[in-house]
Design a protein around this ligand. Sequence first.
Ligand code: FMN
Ligand code: SF4
Length: 420
Amino acid sequence: MDKIILRNQDIPDIGDIGVYERNGGYAALKKAITEMTPDAVTDAVKASGLKGRGGAGFPTGLKWSFLPKGVFPRYLVVNADESEPGTFKDREIMEKNPHQFIEGVIISAYAIQCNHAFIYIRGEYPVAARILEQAIETARARGYAGKNVLGTDYNLEITVHRGAGAYICGEETALLDSLEGKLGMPRVKPPFPAVVGLYGKPTVINNVETLANIPPIIEKGADWYKSVGTEKSTGPKVFCVSGHVNRPGNYEAPLGSITLRDLIFGKEYAQGVRGGKNVKGILTAGASAPMLTAQHLDTKLDYEAIAAAGSILGSASIIVLDEDTDIPWAAQKMIEFFKHESCGKCTPCREGTYWLLTLLQRVNEGKASRQDIEMLPIVTSQMYGRTLCPLGDFATSPVTGTLKWFKNEYEAKVKANGAH
Ligand SMILES: Cc1cc2nc3c(=O)[nH]c(=O)nc-3n(C[C@H](O)[C@H](O)[C@H](O)COP(=O)(O)O)c2cc1C
Ligand code: SF4
């Protein structure tokens, strides 16, 4: 099947605006602006069933419809922070198929009646940032952005803003604070950004991949889009595969059309585990979701099936760990990440990540007792659901997920230590 999002993998040089136009590019924008009202665009996106691709999977059209009527200015902010470990899909979209994304930004901005959109891109993506700036300039020169888009009275400025490298700035309200020039820390919700967002104004925040879905929805219609994927998980998805596989990379497939086994072992996908080894652990949403195991290899890749298996599809960053992986060590690496990235605003997350790391270090250094292992779920239960933003929940996953399937490995480290 032809790719819908990673069209660059089928069409050489689609990053060039001429090539993009010759392959139908910007036709959806023309259709939206000249034939559809903003509300009709929102209705089409609602009808498509598109869910946000940034992690939470919230329905996109519904999010747009939360903006309070008649309050202006409004802003569209694109989340291009892409900091979840193992996630690199937005980078390929921005670097290799930038115009499909920019076209999605312009159509979405038109739908929500916004005249200034911001793209917040992680500081570690200077190449993508430069490519986007050039693509926006080229689009503007063709009349797709700037004053009087396509000769209409609709105006749109697009600003690319580079972050400074903080995972927490991917959380939407921390991102807004960072964009406003403040320290990036999550805000208390409510009020939600749809009501009080950037500069206190109604704001929609969407992920890069989410917006790259908008041109095909508008061009081909919601019914066509719904024919790709499953009834509840519509459309295509980009899966980022990394870890102990032969061919890491971004692979696109309709949601629910392939299993974890297909993605990890398929010839057109990651082509198996390095050295012909077995799979031990599978992370489906980077470090943020509980680990699955080889027994889940036949799980379909869609939001509902992964949730039924006990994890989260999130941004679909699939990290594969082979049979030789030391699981308590892997859990420690993930907790080091969360402790470092915790912004420290709330106590359960700030202190909890410290204590999880301390306990895991004891385990891995051979200094832990059985009580230390029993203490791990007590600490996670004091964190989960008790923090200001989801990072506190995410930080419990490496511990709860690995203890569920691999408690024996923790216990073996205690026994080796002679403790009980
Ligand atoms: C700690 C944390 C980090 C996040 N990082 C990202 C990110 O890098 N990119 C992203 O699009 N969403 C990220 N999110 C999710 C955003 O808060 C938000 O839900 C998303 O950008 C909404 O876009 P969507 O509806 O199009 O998915 C993160 C959330 C949390 C709690
Ligand atoms: S949960 Fe962690 S990252 Fe989120 S606001 Fe609290 S301290 Fe900051």
